[in-house]
Write a protein that binds this ligand. Structure first.
Ligand code: ADP
Ligand code: MG
Length: 227
């Protein structure tokens, strides 16, 4: 088991919002899990808890054997190095090229230059961008930007890749291509948790689907969006 949530609530007290209510969940290493539900259902909140961007109000969030509420700030930094994150907007550094954007993720954790020089072109080839190394983000299509974001998220070999609506700004064909890339990454062993409300993608992939409704987990099954 790589992720476990036990009786997790997330309440935004100031606004009096119950974003997640009594979530119980276990995910095994290597799974591909969709997190679905209407806008406001709690998908992003759940990802933020798993990424340790926020803490649960009550209950336990355990990732890779560690209870996230017990991590010190130093341990949190180390934890974040071991998980990858992709957002709806790719959040690339605009003044850096594709290869610099990806290399940056290795530089911040002080990988040796030799390793960076070897690994960055390899990963960019893997995500289908070997002809885009010297491009800047504004010279890329939406799909290409997301591929860079994925490359950056996996360059340090994370145990889990989180993606929050990564296809939200992409057209259907480009979305499917990005899903094929995520499928390959999952097939090579990385656990993937992806929030989406795109029914077609969920139906095509035939993976595990968690459904949130108003902060509650109302369904957990394998297959398409609807039975
Ligand atoms: P989803 O990603 O499924 O659209 P969210 O997790 O973003 O849903 O939001 C779940 C609920 O929590 C919504 O009602 C939202 O308004 C509320 N919420 C999310 N983040 C915050 C926050 N930082 N402060 C207060 N309320 C929030
Ligand atoms: Mg969201």
């Amino acid at each position: 088991m790589i992720i476990q949530m036990v009786n997790v609530d997330r309440i935004y007290k100031k606004q009096n919002v119950v974003a997640l209510k009594n979530i119980n969940l276990a995910i095994d290493k290597g799974e591909f899990v969709f997190l679905t539900g209407a806008s406001g259902a709690g998908k992003s909140t759940m990802i933020r808890l798993l990424f340790r961007e926020e803490l649960a109000t009550s209950g336990q969030v355990i990732v890779a054997g560690r209870s996230l509420s017990r991590l010190s700030s130093k341990e949190t930094v180390i934890f974040r190095r071991n998980v990858g994150m992709v957002f709806q907007d790719s959040r690339l550094l605009d003044d850096k090229t594709v290869e610099e954007n990806v290399a940056f993720a290795m530089r911040v954790i002080e990988r040796p230059k030799k390793e960076i020089d070897k690994k960055v072109p390899e990963i960019l080839e893997r995500v289908g961008l070997k002809d885009r190394l010297k491009h800047f983000p504004h010279q890329l299509s939406g799909g290409e930007k997301q591929r860079v974001a994925v490359a950056r998220a996996i360059i340090n070999d994370p145990i889990i890749l989180f993606a929050d609506e990564p296809t939200g700004n992409l057209d259907p064909d480009t979305s499917e291509e990005l899903m094929e890339l995520l499928r390959e990454i999952n097939d090579s062993g990385t656990t993937i948790i992806m929030a989406t409300h795109d029914r077609n993608l969920v139906d095509t992939m035939q993976k595990r689907v968690l459904v949130l409704e108003k902060g509650r987990l109302i369904s957990d099954r394998i297959g398409g969006w609807s039975l």
